[in-house]
Ligand binder design. Sequence first.
Ligand SMILES: NC(=O)c1ccc[n+]([C@@H]2O[C@H](COP(=O)([O-])OP(=O)(O)OC[C@H]3O[C@@H](n4cnc5c(N)ncnc54)[C@H](OP(=O)(O)O)[C@@H]3O)[C@@H](O)[C@H]2O)c1
Length: 320
Amino acid sequence: MIKKSDKIFIAGHKGLIGSAILRKLNSLGFKNILKIDKKKLNLLNQKQVFTFLKKNKPKFIFLAAAKVGGIYSNNKFKADFIYENIMIQSNIIHGAFKANIKNIIFLGSSCIYPKLSKQPIKEKYLLSGQLEETNDAYAIAKIAGIKMCESYNKQYNTNYKCLMPTNTFGPNDNYHKLNSHFIPSLIRKIFDLSKKTNNNKNIKVWGDGSPKREIIYVDDIADACIHFMNKKIKSVLINIGTGKELSIKEYVKLFLKILLPNKKINIIFDTSKPNGTPRKLMDISLAKKYGWKSKTNLKDAIIKTYKDYCYLKKNNKIKS
Ligand SMILES: NC(=O)c1ccc[n+]([C@@H]2O[C@H](COP(=O)([O-])OP(=O)(O)OC[C@H]3O[C@@H](n4cnc5c(N)ncnc54)[C@H](OP(=O)(O)O)[C@@H]3O)[C@@H](O)[C@H]2O)c1
């Protein structure tokens, strides 16, 4: 059980999920939170990471630092994705072990399950089939991280767990034109449309709109990270989702209805771009069994995220 005075390290505290964990821990009154800028501690540097962990010795680590991106960048920069993710997670996991730090929450992702996995996806389906080719380098790196957690637990009796979030969105996301995930990219396009004064009211979406996706608000992921850090459980791998799915087309329609209710917008599907995995619905029964489920209403989450985007945009704070 984490005590309010325990030293907690959030790796990646400026990212989408890391910053949500930080907000949540702050709101719960945790006082001893360790966070460090990438300029001062590059997690790719093994020596620096080992020294940092040995010197600071946090009791708990949330490993939310990673190289993350959408289909385009995962496919285009495979070498960076496999190298950086393997380095960051290996440095932290092995560094933690060397510094006798027993508790880590590592983040995997629903997109590292096999491309044509049986649905809904159970934790045991990991490595049961071919990966999606556009992100196989990223997936292999993440799977290595999961296997590290599992192996250190078996050999050294550590308490390293891996949460597998579905597509996550919320404040502080990456809205880069080429590098972002589906939801932040949709938010950006809707904002741009809201500013258009001419009659060109089209929104262009990658693929044919048929793939089904599950999405979750980032505060729910932060909540799950803290819940599972506090739980003594046997499973290393736990799916974190809502258990609900819509097609890309349905999401676009829903977001437009909520955010631009009075505008008539045409949706154009760019079928020259890949669809990605056809369906990705998580089986969340294990998380439920351990007492966790998502709490945020989707409409509220969409509005909060859009407001955050408008604020970032107005104040020139969009990450590039
Ligand atoms: N976003 C999703 O939809 C999603 C879904 C499922 C799982 N996940 C997993 O959740 C984790 C966090 O994802 P996210 O979306 O929060 O990513 P993110 O917003 O891109 O944040 C990643 C963080 O890692 C930091 N980082 C990257 N390289 C670093 C380095 N060499 N040294 C120090 N810090 C470094 C970044 O620092 P800077 O900001 O300074 O660059 C950033 O704060 C990842 O493991 C991802 O696979 C994400």
